[in-house]
Ligand binder design. Structure first.
Ligand SMILES: [Zn+2]
Length: 393
C-alpha cells in the first residue's frame, strides 16, 4: 500500500520516494511508489499533475487500490524525486474546501442534504436533494458560506473508526464501514468523511460564488467557483461589463435598461424595414414581369436586398410569368437566387459553378436555388456567368 502523504500534509509540494512497481496505463508508462503526494482522481476530486525525475506526470489513477502515476515517458531508477503542480493542486484544495462549506450551508439554511459533488478543471458542482430552491434562499446559503470563509475557521483532518465513528455525527455516511475513516472537520461548522485535499484555514478559500443551476431528475445541481477561479471570473466579467458600458456610454446600473432599449429599437426597425422592402418590391416586380414577358432569361442585380427578399421576389414572379429569373445582391450580404418555370432545366449545376465567384455556399432544388457568400465584388460576374450558362453559351 502506498503511503498517502497528502493525507497528513496536503501542502507537500516535493518529495522523495521509491518505485515499487512499473507498468503501462492508457498506453503510457506508469509507476507505483512506496509513498506519494500525488492525489489520484477519486471522491469527486481530479488528479494532480507534476513531475517525477523531471518527467511530466499527466494522470494519477487509483486502480485496485494502487496509485498509478502515468508518465509522458519512462523514468529510470528506483529512487525518485517528485514535484506536484502546486497551482493546480491548490486550486482543487480551494474548490474542495468550498464544497464542504457549501454543503453544510445548504444543510443549515435549508435543511437540504447534499447528494454528490464534482470538482472539475473549470467548474465545480454540487447536487442537492431539492426540486427548486428559491433565489432568496440561495442568497442566504451563499452569504453563510462566505461568512464561514471569512471567519477563517481551522480545517482539520483525522481518522476515526468506521463502525462507531468515534461517537461523532458526520454530515454524510462514510463509504467504508469498518477500519479507519478519514474525517474533515471545519471548526464548529462541518464534519464529513472525506479522502480529498483541503486548505488549512477556510480563509484560504477567499470567496465562493454560485454561478448557475440546473434541474436534474428529482434534484438540483448548482455550479460554483471559489478562490482563484472566483477572482479569474470577476476579472473577466468586469472587463466584459466595462467594455459594454463604454460602448453604450452607460453606467453599470443602467446597462440592463440600455440593452433592453436597444433590443426594442432593433425589433421596431426590423418591422419598418420589412414594410419598406415590401414597398420597394412592388415596382421591381412590375419591371421583372415586363422583362420576363419579352425575354426567356432575365437577370437582375438588386443591391440592398437580403436573400429572403430576393427569394420572395423570385417566388412571386415565377408564379405569375414563365421563364428563368436570376437575381443577385452584393449587399448587405452577397447572395444569389435563381428560379425557372422550365421543367427541363436544372439550376443546381449553374449555382455550383458560379458560387466560387462570391466565395459562397448554397443549394436548393432543380427549379429554385439560392446561395450566400463573402465576396461582394464577385456578385456581378457570378450573375453574368450564370446567365451565360443558362443560355447555353
Ligand atoms: Zn473533502
Amino acid at each position: 500500500m502506498t503511503e498517502k502523504l497528502y493525507f497528513s500534509n496536503s501542502y507537500l509540494k516535493e518529495f522523495k520516494s521509491t518505485v515499487v512497481e512499473t507498468g503501462t496505463l492508457d498506453e503510457k508508462p506508469a509507476l507505483v511508489l512506496d509513498k506519494t503526494a500525488f492525489y489520484p482522481t477519486s471522491g469527486g476530486q481530479m488528479h494532480d499533475t507534476g513531475q517525477i525525475q523531471g518527467v511530466r506526470v499527466v494522470d494519477v489513477q487509483l486502480v485496485d487500490n494502487k496509485i498509478w502515476h502515468v508518465l509522458e515517458k519512462p523514468v529510470t531508477g528506483t529512487q525518485i524525486h517528485a514535484k506536484v503542480d502546486w497551482a493546480r493542486r491548490f486550486d482543487f484544495m480551494q474548490q474542495h474546501t468550498a464544497f464542504h462549506i457549501l454543503a453544510q450551508s445548504f444543510q443549515q439554511v435549508l435543511e437540504i442534504k447534499t447528494l454528490s459533488s464534482h470538482l472539475g478543471e473549470e467548474f465545480s458542482s454540487i447536487d442537492i436533494d431539492s426540486e427548486k430552491v428559491p433565489a432568496s434562499d440561495l442568497d442566504s446559503v451563499e452569504k453563510l458560506a462566505n461568512d464561514v470563509i471569512w471567519q477563517n475557521r481551522s480545517v482539520r483532518t483525522y481518522f476515526v473508526d468506521g463502525k462507531n465513528k468515534g461517537g461523532l455525527v458526520l454530515r454524510d455516511q462514510p463509504q467504508v464501514l469498518s477500519g479507519p475513516v478519514r474525517c474533515v472537520e471545519i471548526e464548529d461548522f462541518d464534519l464529513d468523511p472525506c479522502g480529498g485535499t483541503h486548505v488549512r484555514y477556510t480563509g484560504e478559500v477567499g470567496l465562493l460564488k454560485i454561478l448557475s443551476r440546473e434541474k436534474v431528475r428529482g434534484y438540483e445541481r448548482f455550479f460554483f467557483v471559489a478562490g482563484g477561479r472566483a477572482l479569474r471570473d470577476f476579472q473577466s466579467y468586469y472587463t466584459i461589463l466595462k467594455d459594454i458600458s463604454n460602448t453604450l456610454t452607460t453606467g453599470f446600473d443602467d446597462l440592463c435598461t440600455s440593452v433592453q432599449r436597444l433590443i426594442d429599437a432593433g425589433i421596431e426597425q426590423a418591422k419598418t424595414l420589412v414594410k419598406l422592402s415590401k414597398m420597394l418590391e412592388e415596382p421591381l416586380l412590375t419591371d421583372i414581369f415586363a422583362d420576363m414577358k419579352n425575354k426567356s432569361v432575365v437577370s437582375k442585380l438588386i443591391p440592398g436586398f437580403h436573400m429572403d427578399a430576393l427569394q420572395r421576389l423570385a417566388r412571386t414572379a415565377i408564379k405569375t410569368v414563365q421563364g428563368t429569373l436570376l437575381l443577385a445582391s452584393p449587399s448587405p450580404n452577397p447572395c444569389l437566387v435563381f428560379t425557372t418555370s422550365n421543367p427541363g432545366m436544372d439550376l443546381r449545376p449553374v449555382l455550383k459553378q458560379v458560387l466560387p465567384l462570391i466565395d459562397g455556399r448554397g443549394g436548393g432544388d432543380a427549379g429554385f436555388v439560392q446561395g450566400g457568400g463573402k465576396n461582394a465584388a464577385g456578385v456581378e460576374k457570378a450573375l453574368k456567368e450564370a446567365e451565360k450558362l443558362v443560355r447555353g453559351e
